[in-house]
Design a protein around this ligand. Structure first.
Ligand code: SF4
Ligand code: SF4
Length: 504
């Protein structure tokens, strides 16, 4: 099939090393699991347990605020709820939010409360399957943690299964495909059924040959003919959903639009597997596969880890830090976020724990003035003008930055790589987007408050007018009654004066 080229992008040096060949190891459960209630891309969950309560594995601990959408948070192990208290968020450093702390039952951690199997999934209606994914906490495992049910609530033409793991250090999807290709493909068929998609394409970068071979073998062994395997060029950020859609179809998702607006939806391969396990095996999403890697860890490996496990425990299981360890990131070198320490827990968005040997992942040299070379614009996949965005944010003119397309920045970090002046552009854009969201939230709250104030003023005015009208009406009625009484009195008086004297 023909493939297309998205704008910008760069081939980055591969840093995965032997990681795609390292089998996935099962991490031990720690004593305490910390589960932030801001686990997904959308909103904070409402806890439905209380401290002291005993829970079983897979049991729902917290629910979305609205029914029929989102994803629950489920217990990764049996145990006792120790506390619900504020904790730091690994995916939003500097911010904190409520988290459920679960003390694992060391004697019987796998005592489980599974959902009933829906092995007859192909005979089930999509809303019923979607509700299962909500209850089982299934969310995007490619790093976005977007609730999967919300990306399955419409019909599309094409479902893309994203196995294009383009971040240079990460190999968890590559390994997952090697070890569980058949289940990923079954998950793809399930998602296809839910979306009513006519076609399914599973995209894998051409540098991931062991994964491609495993997929080919699984497709042949299970005689799966309704999923097309596609080898896409190794080019960062090929795994971005807009870039992958363009590579596969030549079509661009409009700025401000979503893939479903052009009849396409993208789900990560790990998400497809999680959906399969939830529907057919009745298992909630309570663990994930991730890479722990970089020159700062003794033994880079791929791990299957219970959500809520502290990073420190994973680093210790990987042999600890090397002398070169300088910087800890959650996620890859390009899009990951720096963490101040390893006390943070693994969450659904954690694709990687990366320990680098430089204090700054992409810089390390002082920033120089912009020379207006335009290199940053040349590599920018959404065709932004990073140098102008940078100036607008420094001004600071957040409205101008928004007009320049700040919201469309995918935070890929390529402008940083390209910039000969070592200006930390992407970092500024990430902070700018957070400011923009906060500003828009503040404006929305202010406009809602204004609308409530105006509605109250209108209600009071209506009440005042109604009172005046009632009083006027009452006055009219009283005047009418008085006039009637007066007329009657006059009539009685007249009739009294005119009556004949019957005594005569
Ligand atoms: S970080 Fe944003 S501005 Fe920079 S290249 Fe990527 S998308 Fe463009
Ligand atoms: S790459 Fe750097 S120096 Fe060149 S225009 Fe962009 S910000 Fe300026």
């Amino acid at each position: 099939m023909p493939l297309y080229r998205f704008h910008g992008g760069l081939p980055l040096p591969g840093m995965k090393g032997e990681l795609p060949q390292r089998p996935i190891r099962q991490a031990e459960l720690p004593e305490l699991l910390t589960l932030p209630l801001r686990m997904h891309a959308r909103g904070t969950l409402e806890p439905c347990v209380v401290p002291g309560q005993r829970v079983r594995r897979f049991e729902v601990l917290a629910r979305p605020q609205s029914s029929g959408e989102g994803a629950c948070l489920n217990a990764p192990a049996a145990g006792i709820i120790e506390a619900i208290e504020p904790r730091g968020l690994p995916h939003a450093p500097g911010e904190s939010g409520p988290a459920i702390v679960l003390r694992v039952d060391a004697a019987n951690p796998s005592e489980a409360s599974r959902f009933a199997s829906m092995s007859d999934w192909s005979a089930r209606k999509p809303p019923e399957l979607r509700q299962r994914l909500i209850e089982a906490g299934v969310a995007g495992l490619g790093g976005g943690a977007f609730p999967s049910a919300d990306k399955l609530a419409f019909e599309v033409e094409l479902l893309v299964l994203n196995g294009a793991e383009c971040e240079p250090w990460i190999a968890c999807d590559a390994r997952l495909l090697v070890e569980q290709a058949a289940e990923v493909l079954q998950g793809g068929r399930l998602l296809r059924h839910m979306l009513g998609a006519k076609r399914v394409q599973l995209a894998v970068e051409d540098s991931m040959q062991p994964a491609l071979a495993a997929l080919r073998a699984a497709l042949a062994e299970h005689a799966i003919e309704d999923i097309e395997q596609v080898e896409v060029p190794t080019l960062y950020p090929q795994g971005g959903e807009r870039q992958l859609i363009q590579t596969l179809t030549g079509r661009e998702v409009p700025l401000g639009g979503l893939p479903q607006h052009i009849g396409i939806v993208v789900h990560n391969v790990g998400t497809a597997l999680a959906a399969w396990r939830a529907v057919v095996h009745g298992e909630a999403l309570v663990e994930r596969v991730l890479s722990v890697t970089g020159p700062g860890v003794v033994q880079p490996d791929n791990w299957r880890v219970a959500l809520g496990t502290p990073i420190a425990a994973l680093i210790a299981a990987s042999g600890g830090y090397t002398d070169q360890a300088r910087r800890l990131l959650m996620g890859g070198a390009m899009m990951g976020v720096s963490l101040p320490d390893d006390g943070f827990p693994i969450v659904k968005a954690s694709t990687c724990v990366l320990v680098l040997d430089t204090p700054e992942a992409r810089h390390g040299q002082p920033a120089l003035p912009c020379i207006r070379c335009g290199d940053c614009a040349d590599v920018c996949p959404p065709r932004l003008m990073p140098q102008l965005l940078h100036e607008a944010l420094r001004a600071p003119e957040i409205d101008a930055a928004e007009a320049l397309g700040l919201g469309a920045c995918i935070e890929c970090g390529l402008c940083d790589v390209a910039c000969p002046s070592h200006i930390p552009l992407a970092q500024g854009f990430r902070l700018g987007k957070a400011r923009l969201r906060a500003e828009r939230q503040r404006q929305q709250e202010a406009s809602e408050a204004q609308a409530r104030f105006e509605a109250r003023a209108r209600r009071l005015e209506h009440e005042r007018e109604a009172l005046v009208e009632r009083r006027a009406q009452a006055g009219k009625e009283a005047a009418a009654k008085a006039a009637l009484a007066s007329a009657l009195a006059k009539a009685r008086a007249r009739s009294g004066a005119a009556a004949p004297d019957r005594s005569e």
